[in-house]
Design a protein around this ligand. Structure first.
Ligand code: PRP
Ligand code: URA
Length: 210
């Protein structure tokens, strides 16, 4: 299945990326800057959402405008994906939110799911997965399979701050239909499957070590 990757190169995203990479950035600033990256990425990721024409009366006259034809579903992957949730809800106020919780096994790097709370109906709805980190791609593949099992059809939109080439290559070997928006494709993974140069542990840097 196709995996399209869009690298979002924007000066504001680049500046925020520098802040979140900096090990000296405190957690509160890290959260703010990550949310800014989320906003910029989600604007791009929603560029092709379907719309239809409606009429609207201005104080001057009747005219036409456009509204979204889909009520999207956004799915933050706990914990780190919560850092993009406020940005998504500000931009998509009518979206429903599903929650998937996944942690990586520290030895095998395999995804270990622990939360699955998704909206009842996925019919004709665009799904947008939020996870700042795409490392091996295991967590994302697992999340997207849960969404397909729940009824998601069509390409799933993915928003991540950083992606590793290895994770993107892995996703291309799967049967998933994905459109990925990222602010950076980093160099590689290290021996602990952390993104290099990366930003460290995106969950810990927002919420403390767990
Ligand atoms: C992080 C991140 C992704 C995952 C990416 O979660 O939020 O979900 O790692 O790694 P992968 O591509 O190799 O699967 P983590 O397991 O650290 O949990 P956390 O968000 O609770 O810290
Ligand atoms: N998860 C993270 O939070 N950071 C990485 O570099 C890889 C996985």
């Amino acid at each position: 299945m196709p995996v399209a990757v869009h690298l979002v190169e924007h000066p504001l995203a680049a500046a925020s990326l520098t802040k979140v990479r900096d090990e000296a950035t405190p957690n509160n600033v890290f959260r703010q800057e990550l949310e800014r990256i989320g906003t910029l990425l989600i604007v791009e990721a929603t560029r092709n959402l379907p719309t239809h024409e409606v009429s609207v009366r201005t104080p001057i006259q009747e005219t036409t405008g456009r509204v979204l034809s889909t009520q999207p579903i956004v799915v933050p992957v706990l914990r780190a994906g919560l850092g993009f949730l406020n940005a998504a809800q500000v931009l998509l106020p009518t979206a429903d939110v599903g929650f998937i919780g996944i942690s990586r096994d520290e030895e095998t790097f395999e995804p270990k799911p622990y939360v699955n709370k998704l909206p009842e109906s996925f019919e004709n709805r665009v799904c947008i997965v939020l996870d700042p980190m795409l490392a091996t791609g295991g967590s994302l593949a697992h999340t997207c399979r849960l969404l397909v099992d729940a009824g998601a059809t069509g390409p799933i939109i993915v928003v991540c701050a950083l992606a590793a080439p290895e994770g993107l290559d892995f996703l291309r070997t799967t049967d998933l239909d994905l459109i990925i928006y990222t602010a950076s494709i980093d160099e590689r993974l290290n021996e602990n499957a952390y993104i290099v140069p990366g930003l460290g542990d995106a969950g810990d840097r927002q919420f403390g070590a767990a």
